[in-house]
Design a protein around this ligand. Structure first.
Ligand SMILES: Cc1cc2nc3c(=O)[nH]c(=O)nc-3n(C[C@H](O)[C@H](O)[C@H](O)COP(=O)(O)OP(=O)(O)OC[C@H]3O[C@@H](n4cnc5c(N)ncnc54)[C@H](O)[C@@H]3O)c2cc1C
Ligand code: SF4
Length: 480
């Protein structure tokens, strides 16, 4: 090992080649290229091979990172890939969009000791891309069919991870989604420059080829009730995500040009698929030639800023209440926004949208969170006399998402929810309804793809145990 590993003093940290700002702002292609084999091996060889690998702890999936880095450094790429995919359903997606600086790479001892983290995410992406190129990615088709069928509501990363695991075990799996495409926020939230849609399509093809049945444009609560799905299947996994946008109830909210972030990103992603999108063609959801103000500083806000830059906005301004050092969103995406010329106003809040029928400006004021009140909430304190206006033809509100009323939506008053409206589960992802499991954002609140994958995999294992236990006790599997 001594020859191959712990090379961090000899080998400098290197990321995969990054397209120049001037070039990448002209299109929606991914920002980073994929490592070639030699630099991937060299970067992997920097790993310290710690006795207690903090990267493994920092990764929500507890990937065996030091082991697959060592295999990569030794040129045993296929073995490295097999190990990396043993704990992660979509390593090529996580390698691209996990906020590694907060997870695996943020925990790397080399980062802590100022040598610069091993570039774990980029190596993970390299391994899976190489595996796809070489035909090493195993089929999800089961060796043996099992009796039992599972309904999955929501085709985002949580639903798809569960679907893959359950199909591999031999169950009949049906995925229901209200969208016309599979992938949830992977296709209709996260822009192409972070995650090329072909990467998602390649995975959904693999799932369909394994025999998973996708029911697209199928909304549970409209096309069927949860009770009907429970009747038809042996178990149900709810992974419907969070889609109720938070908005500031400000004067001028109803002006033309004030939009929700996700409506804007969905229109842009649909354009990326080559669709005719009327709200984009007529200019409503197209930032070209506009002064764009984005409210919020998190990942959704940065995706709006970086999309608007690529659409040819004249000026993009982000307004965020928190100080920059308090922000939880990706520092990398903020840096990309700065590269695109985005102006940031931290510790600032919007006070009003100005205009006559159509927004022309946002009035903002310097502000901060005050001390928590008796209810634990921190009030917003504005700084008197610090108001200013920012020109705006388009305002995008990216202030986070809450849960829809799932009990009413699904007609299931016995489904227990938290005060925030997210679904209550135990550590096996089981809800209060027998045979119904839940995971991803609808359980955690707005979270990350990697946590959705983790929940999907945990739920699949629990559903397997649940169905086996029922079959063993003689309860007939539901007819499809
Ligand atoms: C703009 C944006 C950028 C993001 N960027 C990142 C990032 O860079 N990295 C990262 O890790 N995370 C990111 N996230 C967060 C990440 O996308 C989510 O945490 C993750 O997608 C949650 O997965 P999920 O499967 O729980 O839900 P979703 O991906 O939201 O999928 C839920 C699916 O359920 C479907 N559905 C909802 N209700 C019904 C119903 N009644 N019937 C049928 N189907 C239904 C929806 O159509 C959707 O397809 C981002 C989020 C947003 C909004
Ligand atoms: S899944 Fe995410 S956190 Fe885990 S190793 Fe990969 S990039 Fe890091």
């Amino acid at each position: 090992m001594a020859d191959r590993m712990q090379q961090f003093l000899r080998v400098a940290q290197q990321r995969p080649p990054k397209r120049e700002a001037g070039e990448r702002h002209q299109d929606f292609g991914e920002i980073y290229e994929v490592f070639e084999t030699a630099p991937a091996g060299a970067q992997a060889s920097r790993c310290e091979q710690c006795g207690i690998p903090f990267c493994h702890v920092g990764c929500p999936l507890h990937n065996n990172i030091p082991d697959w880095l060592k295999l990569t450094a030794e040129g045993r790429i296929e073995e490295a890939y097999r190990l990396s995919q043993a704990t992660n359903s979509f390593p090529e997606i996580c390698g691209r969009i996990c906020p590694q600086e907060r997870l695996c790479e943020g925990s790397c001892v080399l980062e802590q000791s100022k040598h610069g983290t091993v570039t774990i995410g980029a190596v993970e992406k390299f391994l899976t891309e190489t595996a796809f190129e070489n035909g090493w990615v195993p089929s999800l088709s089961p060796h043996q069919e099992r009796d039992g069928s599972v309904a999955i509501i929501g085709a985002g990363p949580a639903g798809l991870a569960a679907a893959g695991e359950l199909r591999r075990k031999g169950y009949r799996v049906h995925v229901y989604d209200r969208h016309d495409r599979t992938g949830g926020l992977l296709v209709y939230g996260i822009p192409n420059f972070k995650l090329d849609k072909n990467v998602v399509l390649r995975r959904t093809r693999q799932l369909a080829e394994a025999g998973i049945v996708f029911h697209r444009s199928f909304e549970v609560g409209r096309n069927a009730s949860l009770a009907e799905l429970r009747d038809r299947h042996d178990a149900v996994f709810i992974a419907t995500g969070l889609y109720k946008p938070r908005a500031l109830p400000l004067p001028g909210s109803g002006l033309a040009g004030v939009h929700q972030a996700l409506d804007y990103l969905i229109a842009s992603n649909r354009k990326g698929f080559g669709e005719h999108v009327s709200s984009f063609e007529d200019g409503t959801l197209n930032a070209h030639g506009k002064h764009v103000v984005v409210l919020g500083g998190g990942d959704t806000a940065m995706d709006c800023c970086n999309t608007a830059v690529r659409q040819g906005a004249v000026k993009v301004t982000a307004i965020e209440l928190q100080a920059e050092k308090e922000m939880r969103g990706s520092t990398t995406e903020r840096a990309h926004a700065r590269d695109g010329g985005v102006d940031f106003h931290f510790r600032t809040t919007a006070e009003a949208f100005l205009g006559d029928g159509k927004v022309t400006a946002v009035r903002a004021v310097k502000a901060r969170f005050g001390l928590p009140g008796p209810d634990g909430r921190r009030p917003i304190e504005t700084v008197p006399g610090s108001n200013f206006t920012v020109e705006a033809d388009m305002v995008l509100q990216a202030l986070g998402f809450g849960a829809e009323d799932v009990r009413t939506r699904f007609g299931e008053p016995d489904l227990e929810v938290t005060p925030a409206g997210t679904i209550k589960v135990d550590q096996t992802q089981a809800t209060s309804l027998p045979g119904v499991f839940a995971g991803g954002d609808i359980v955690r609140g707005a979270s990350l793809v990697v946590w959705a994958i983790k929940d999907g995999r945990t739920a699949a294992a629990s559903i397997d145990r649940y169905i086996r236990a029922h079959q063993a006790s003689g309860v007939r599997a539901a007819a499809e």
